[in-house]
Design a protein around this ligand. Structure first.
Ligand SMILES: C[S@@+](CC[C@H](N)C(=O)[O-])C[C@H]1O[C@@H](n2cnc3c(N)ncnc32)[C@H](O)[C@@H]1O
Length: 479
């Protein structure tokens, strides 16, 4: 099917006719009146709503059926008569007079399809399936109704006023764009949502002044944003919002391309991550980049795997930004420390099985660190029910050797690799066999180790409870 071409018609002071007097006809007439059209309604048996619209002078009501010639001089016609002869005659007349016609629910007669619409004042989001599936259009509209809050109405007006001001002062395009970027920041919508229109207005004035004043722009802002364990479905709404408006996105190696699709078209997307056999940027370089971009007036998203503050060096990045005098905000993410066990169907706590959980890193920077970390690991293992070890792969043997004397060699362990990704895999085995099981299964990074009786629970309920696109492959060794 050939797709239709969407347009937004300016119908102010143009003549439009609606044929029929039922609920759909009334809805169409109201929509046209709202857009400034001069509306005639033709209905043999008009209901109370039509009479009321006519009584208020909103429409001209002809209390009769359609007559050939009714479309003459019209810019647009909507036939909601549900009458076959009217449909066919109207369609012929529309063609003769070059009038755009929509016959409700009869695509074969239509010049245009009525899209499903999300209305926020002057802002209109119109959804069309080219007549293929009105059900899809209305399902999508229902979703957008929830996503696009009422604050978009005053925002559209605010940006409109700012735009007219900047254009009348002939401000260069790139400076205008920067001002609009500021107005699209989530915090302005937050102000409008909470009824603080005055504060939003003064930020808009500030952005406009900035655009018209020569010299360096004020600092941008850095958002340290958690991207979750991989599945983009686990991004927060705030993360999605910030990605859509960021000028620069500086991301970790483990961020999948499906997540980066949420970056805006104009965003500069930079992979700052380290991967096997490939050195990414050093932490100092990453800090320096974030500070430099912010000082150019750009809004930066530093997109980090999982949660920014769980073994993600997010704390260090925040400290460096604060020291440099750059505004920083932090958006929590779903940490793999909880998501990885969960994706494998392992509850980290469960009544009667485990009432405490500790999250530790299995990564040791030096030999001296290693000895100290392993002692701490042993102490922790002795005092909690469930131990979650991030970055366990390089020192898995050492970790197992440290834990076994404390929790016993038959304590169950699970290694979850690439949790929530298409290629998620889990191996479970008694602690003293987990390294062999991992080797045998060729488990790859990123992986998370879980040690505790809760792993046994997963054997029964398993990952069936966890919604994910791909079914995880599981390899289990008997206890
Ligand atoms: C440097 S830490 C960062 C943790 C991250 N900030 C978080 O909250 O998830 C990286 C470790 O997180 C764990 N990890 C990250 N993504 C994972 C995933 N999709 N599946 C399993 N483990 C994951 C692995 O243990 C990996 O070595």
């Amino acid at each position: 099917m050939t797709p239709t071409y969407p347009v937004a018609l300016d119908l102010a002071f143009r003549r439009a006719v609606v044929i029929g007097g039922g609920a759909i006809a009334i809805e169409k007439a109201r929509g046209l009146v709202e857009c400034g059209a001069v509306v005639t309604m033709i209905a043999a048996d008009p209901g109370a709503d039509a009479e009321e619209l006519a009584a208020h002078g909103a429409i001209t009501l002809r209390r009769r059926g359609y007559w050939p010639g009714d479309l003459e001089g019209m810019s647009l016609a909507i036939d909601a008569s549900e009458d076959e002869w009217t449909h066919a005659t109207c369609a012929g007349e529309a063609r003769t007079h070059g009038v755009l016609l929509n016959v409700v629910d009869r695509p074969e007669y239509c010049d245009f399809h009525a899209p499903a619409i999300v209305r926020r004042g002057p802002l209109r989001v119109a959804i069309s399936t080219s007549g293929e599936s009105p059900a899809i259009a209305s399902a999508l509209r229902a979703r957008l109704e929830r996503l696009v809050g009422d604050e978009w109405e005053p925002l559209t007006a605010l940006v409109g006023r700012t735009r007219r001001g900047l254009r009348s002062r002939r401000v260069p395009r790139d400076r205008q764009e920067r001002a609009y970027g500021r107005l699209l920041r989530p915090e302005i919508r937050g102000l409008l949502r909470s009824g603080q229109a005055d504060r939003a207005e003064s930020l808009a004035v500030e952005a406009a002044t900035m655009a018209t004043t020569a010299g360096a722009p004020p600092n941008g802002r850095v958002a340290l944003v958690g991207a979750g364990p991989g599945d983009p479905g686990l991004l927060t709404l705030q993360a999605v919002d910030l990605l859509a408006t960021a000028d620069v996105v500086l991301h970790d190696a483990l961020i999948p391309r499906t997540t980066l699709r949420f970056c805006g078209d104009h965003a500069r997307v930079i992979d700052a991550g380290k991967r096997h056999g490939r050195h990414g940027c050093s932490q100092d370089e990453i800090n320096a980049m974030m500070i430099a971009f912010a000082r150019q007036g750009l809004d930066v998203v530093r997109l980090k795997g999982g949660d920014p503050f769980v073994f993600g060096r997010g704390g260090e990045e925040m400290a460096a930004l604060v020291e440099a005098g750059v505004d920083v905000m932090v958006v929590p993410g779903v940490s793999s420390a909880l998501a990885a066990p969960e994706a494998a169907g392992i509850p980290v706590t469960m009544r009667g099985v485990a009432s405490s959980v500790a999250i530790v890193s299995g990564h040791q920077r030096s030999l001296r660190d290693r000895a100290r970390e392993l002692v701490r690991l042993r102490d922790l293992a002795a005092s909690v029910d469930t131990l979650v070890v991030l970055m366990p792969l390089t020192a898995l043997g050492d970790i197992v050797a440290a834990l076994t004397p404390v929790v016993g060699s038959d304590r169950m362990a699970a290694l979850v690799s690439c949790a929530t990704w298409e290629r998620q895999r889990t191996v479970t085995a008694p602690l003293d066999q987990i390294e062999d099981a991992a080797l045998e299964a060729g488990m790859e990074a990123p992986a998370t180790l879980v040690v505790g009786d809760v792993v046994r629970v997963a054997g029964g309920a398993a990952a069936a409870a966890v919604a994910r696109t791909a079914a995880p492959a599981a390899v289990s060794l008997p206890a």
